[in-house]
Design a protein around this ligand. Structure first.
Ligand code: MG
Length: 399
């Protein structure tokens, strides 16, 4: 009898493990996967959200804008007693706001979710969410991330395992040094980041200012490899090409978005002459953009807030690699919810820029950890985030 029970337990474990290994291909509607789910009957999928303001440790200046806080919406999707967390981060230049996300999520709650009683139907739920309206990519990501967190928790596994990724393949993240007029502040920021394996420098402020930033950073960190982000700030393709050469001599290892997002030809001109890889950021938001920029960039920077979340981000990695393009995982100013979600994709990335949660002073969650600059993936299920701190800060979430 004992042997029989043991064999039965092993068989059930096999079904569970098999389900988990195959779930990455399609987690919806497969009975073995459903067998791994706690509480199969469904009371419906509930979506809730609240506004939050992420406070930046430093004034954050990039080419064209400057800010000290970022509006965020934190989402929760609950089903059968389990809750998944999500997040929309809305840097102002992308056009979303607390108000626009609120309006969009009301449509998801009223028009999409009532048609589903199974959160494993990610493909259909997220397609219908996407079809509500153009844009609203951060709002869409907040639904996608919460659903992935929920489904991963129901499976009892983190997404890097569901996708079958190797955790030892995670890249080291860079740490961003934003532009500042004060030499002392640039030196101070650089000193604070001196343990990082890569430094990311925001340029595109004009030739003298850009070269000054590099000189100040090199005074403090003479050898740390640099990621350069011009944020579309260079207007002349010949100048941008010359800067690419000069920056490579200063120890830069890549350049993001040298020229305007719609100037595909200009960016391609720079890429063809650059001694280091050129990465599309603003020029490549979603999966469909890859075909437009193919050939004009060496790589793409995937951000969940641009691409509507983990589902499309996963598809973008696959397509980019099939075309021979490199990939980078990036972020906005985000809490550990969106950063930890993005980290689930990181084993497939050559480069990572996942420092958004480090750059804020009031992160309500804990999640992805860096060890000696390298992203580490734990066994927390879903997107790998703990809500241990969340309850204590909910009172601080502005409604
Ligand atoms: Mg960028």
């Amino acid at each position: 009898m004992i042997l029989c029970n043991f064999a039965d337990m092993k068989r059930r474990k096999f079904i569970l493990d098999s389900a988990l290994l195959t779930a990455g291909a399609a987690v919806s509607a497969h009975l073995p996967v459903m067998g791994a789910v706690r509480h199969v009957s469904s009371p419906g999928i509930r979506l809730e959200w609240e506004n939050f303001t992420a406070r930046m440790k430093y004034t954050f200046t990039i080419s064209g804008s400057s800010r000290t806080s970022t509006p965020i919406v934190l989402t929760r999707i609950t089903w059968n007693g389990e809750t998944g967390y999500g997040e929309a981060s809305m840097p102002p230049y992308l056009g979303e706001s607390h108000e626009s996300v609120d309006l969009f999520l009301k449509k998801v709650r009223e028009d999409v979710l009532p048609r589903f009683d199974d959160p494993f139907r990610l493909d259909a739920i997220l397609r219908e969410t996407d079809d509500i309206a153009e844009g609203n990519n951060a709002a869409k990501a907040s639904v996608d991330i919460a659903l992935h967190d929920l489904v991963g928790k129901l499976l009892g596994q983190p997404w890097w395992r569901i996708w079958g990724y190797s955790p030892e393949n995670t890249p080291c993240t860079c740490y961003t040094i934003g532009y500042d007029e004060s030499d002392d502040i640039v030196r101070q920021k650089t000193a604070e980041a001196s343990g990082s394996r890569f430094l990311k420098v925001k340029l595109g402020q004009g030739d003298a200012r850009d070269r000054r930033m590099i000189r100040l950073i090199r005074e403090v960190c003479p050898r740390t490899p640099l990621f350069i982000d011009a944020n579309q700030g260079w207007k002349d393709r010949v100048y941008a090409s010359e800067m690419a050469g000069w920056l490579a001599e200063q120890g830069a290892v890549l350049i993001e978005q040298p020229m305007a997002r719609d100037d595909i030809e200009g960016n391609g001109y720079v890429t063809s002459r650059s001694p280091i890889p050129v990465v599309a950021d603003e020029s490549c938001r979603r999966l469909k953009d890859i075909r437009n920029i193919y050939g004009a960039f060496d790589a793409i920077n995937i951000k969940l807030m641009k691409c509507t979340g983990l589902r499309e981000g996963h598809e973008m990695v696959t397509l980019a690699h099939s075309l021979g393009m490199d990939t980078m995982i990036g972020c906005m100013t985000e809490t550990s919810v969106a950063i930890s979600a993005a980290a689930q994709l990181s084993p497939k990335m050559r480069w990572a820029d996942l420092d958004g949660n480090i750059l804020i002073s009031n992160d309500p969650f804990s999640g992805m950890k860096l060890v000696d600059g390298r992203i580490t993936l734990g066994m927390l299920p879903g997107i790998g985030v703990s809500d241990r701190l969340y309850g204590s800060v909910q009172d601080n979430c502005a409604q």
